[in-house]
Design a protein around this ligand. Structure first.
Ligand code: G3P
Length: 219
């Protein structure tokens, strides 16, 4: 079964999605923290962990290997549910290799725009490979192709690393990611809302209730 994550740092959205009973985890990044109006990564991440009780990704802001490893050490100690997001750069790859050697080295390799990057991240021991579908679409490429290629490569070689479809813009992305075999899809709350809403369902429900009203009021 594919897992559904919310791509947000806003606790009220996460609380609402949890109440729907279909939320498995959360991904954040510095931009999402800014949108949630918080600079306190630890407090915000732990509040999210408390609500979702599942995997929550928090991103490092260092760009050198030592800085990333140091930040990861701190972030991963916050909770067993926390995954550390490491950018898929050369320095990031080196950091992933070190962090994944730790017993609790839970890594979400982020900013992936090619299946080659995903392959290298998996080789370096990442648990998740986050493919940025929407940003590739924005630049005129087919982002979902990278999800499909990554799925095929991980299956070919039996990698444990999970394919995470990120940068999701609309419900069609979710559908395509499910068809492509993504393990996890992380999406804004607005996309999750659109997944369940249909005007046909509303009209259908209205008609059922009106007809039932006629039957019960005519007897
Ligand atoms: O969490 C990373 C990714 O999902 C970012 O998405 O919308 O900024 O391209 P976006």
């Amino acid at each position: 079964m594919a897992q559904i994550f919310l791509d947000t740092a806003k606790v009220e959205e996460i609380r609402e999605a949890v109440s729907w009973g279909v939320l498995d985890g959360v991904t954040t990044n510095p931009t999402l923290m800014m949108r949630a109006g918080t600079a306190d990564l630890k407090t915000n991440t732990l509040e999210i962990v408390d609500i979702v009780q599942g995997p929550v990704s928090a991103e490092v802001v260092s760009t050198d290997v030592d800085g990333m490893v140091e930040e990861a050490r701190d972030i991963l100690a916050w909770s067993e549910h926390v995954f550390v997001k490491i950018p898929s750069t050369v320095e990031g790859l080196k950091a992933m290799k070190k962090i994944s050697a730790w017993p609790h080295g839970r890594i979400n390799a982020t900013l992936i725009f090619s299946a080659n990057q995903a392959y290298l991240a998996a080789r370096a021991g990442a648990s998740y490979a986050s493919v940025f579908v929407g940003r590739m679409d924005d630049a005129g490429f087919d982002g979902m192709d990278v999800v499909r290629q990554t799925r095929a490569i991980f299956d070919n070689y039996g990698f444990d690393c999970q394919v995470l479809a990120a940068s999701i813009r609309h419900p069609e992305h979710v559908l395509d990611a499910l068809l492509a075999g993504a393990d996890i899809i992380t999406m804004p709350f607005g996309v999750l809302q659109k997944m369940i809403r249909s005007p046909f369902t509303d009209v259908g429900l209205e008609r059922f209730l009106a007809d039932w009203d006629k039957v019960t009021n005519s007897s």
